[in-house]
Design a protein around this ligand. Structure first.
Ligand SMILES: Nc1nc2c(c(=O)[nH]1)N[C@H]1C(S)=C(S)[C@@H](COP(=O)(O)O)O[C@H]1N2
Ligand SMILES: [Mo]
Length: 314
């Protein structure tokens, strides 16, 4: 096969073998992944494949951000620090094969391939607000699986108080890794009760298609009441631990980025206000929007932080 995986537009004329095309279609069908006309025979888990998911949709009343904006205004420092870098440079990320290792306080350590993982769990569409700590926001139609269901499948033991996630850090595919701007690999973590909250998901798709590399292919975390940097991308390892783990942004600057990182208009970043936000796609002269407590999910998540001083635990 001459096709490269992970390119964004493959035309049917580039598909060189009918038989492999159809075999591949059967494999994807078995995985519950519906296959569109454009399809990459060689890629095991490639872009442009439509994901099949349940009709249950958890929505946000705001208008969805366009696919173009969601995929061309990104933070993914492994590919550079400019918002346009991930779309430009993440084509080198190879997501097939892709394994996720599950370690730490679990009944049994395991390693699972991304396709097997996706086959295990129902996929759902979740239209969520996405609020970056840099005071911009989007509305994203993710396709994902319940993090709670995934955790149950991992069989953590009673000592598992936190869940830690680790991104891929491969300098051969990620040009940004050569720069020491962050401590690689990128890591993030949640308290277990936050992780099993029904809003927390592992996203594998966007707008009904497999996640583009720049958005964290093949699998990334989405916790919609927290700042975007908690949404760690391209996860290769998940560890269940007893003590609160270090996290990348907290290590980089503990005064600016706390462990909790809950969206909170009342707690400013030391260098800017968090009271308002700029919605990507609104246009240059549009009014800024008021940032909502817990990003608008307070009814559902505020109880997780009862009795905690949110100015101290930011
Ligand atoms: N591995 C990794 N994950 C990451 C980042 C990163 O640089 N590396 N950036 C974070 C930040 S700051 C944000 S706002 C979101 C952006 O996700 P998006 O590009 O899909 O909107 O990814 C988060 N996850
Ligand atoms: Mo962010």
């Amino acid at each position: 096969m001459i096709l490269k995986s992970n390119t964004n537009s493959i035309t049917p004329s580039e598909i060189t073998s009918e038989s492999i095309y159809f075999k591949r279609r059967e494999v994807l069908k078995a995985l519950g992944i519906a296959v569109p006309v454009s399809l990459m025979p060689q890629a095991g888990f490639a872009n442009n494949q439509k994901l099949k998911y349940s009709p249950r949709v958890i929505t946000c009343p705001d208008k969805e951000t366009t696919y173009q904006d969601i995929t061309h205004y990104n933070n993914f420092y492994e590919f550079g620090t400019d918002k346009s870098d991930p779309a430009k440079y993440s084509g080198s990320l190879k997501t097939n094969p892709w394994n996720i290792d599950i370690e730490g306080n679990v009944k049994k350590t395991k390693s699972i391939g991304i396709e097997d993982l996706i086959r295990q769990f129902p996929l759902e569409e979740r239209i969520y607000r996405h609020r970056c700590v840099e005071a911009w926001s989007m509305v994203v139609p993710w396709v994902g699986l319940s993090l709670k269901k995934f955790i149950e499948w991992c069989e953590p033991t009673n000592n598992a108080k936190y869940i830690e996630f680790v991104s891929l850090a491969d300098p051969s595919m990620m040009p940004g890794i050569s720069s020491p701007i962050l401590k690689w690999p990128y890591t993030e973590a949640l308290r277990i009760d936050e992780a099993v909250h029904p809003l927390s998901i592992l996203a594998v798709g966007l707008y009904g298609q497999v996640l583009p590399n720049q958005n964290g292919a093949p699998i990334r975390l989405v916790v919609p009441w927290k700042y975007g940097f908690k949404g760690i991308k391209s996860i290769v390892k998940i560890r269940f631990v007893e003590n609160q783990p270090n996290t990348t942004w907290n290590l980089a600057n503990p005064n600016e980025y706390g462990f909790y990182s809950n969206v909170n208009p009342e707690v400013d970043h030391p260098r800017w206000s968090q009271a308002t936000e700029r919605r990507i796609g609104d246009g240059l002269f549009a009014a800024r929007r008021k940032t909502l407590m817990f990003n608008g999910y307070a009814d559902q998540v505020a109880h997780l932080y009862n009795g905690m001083n949110l100015k101290q635990y930011f």
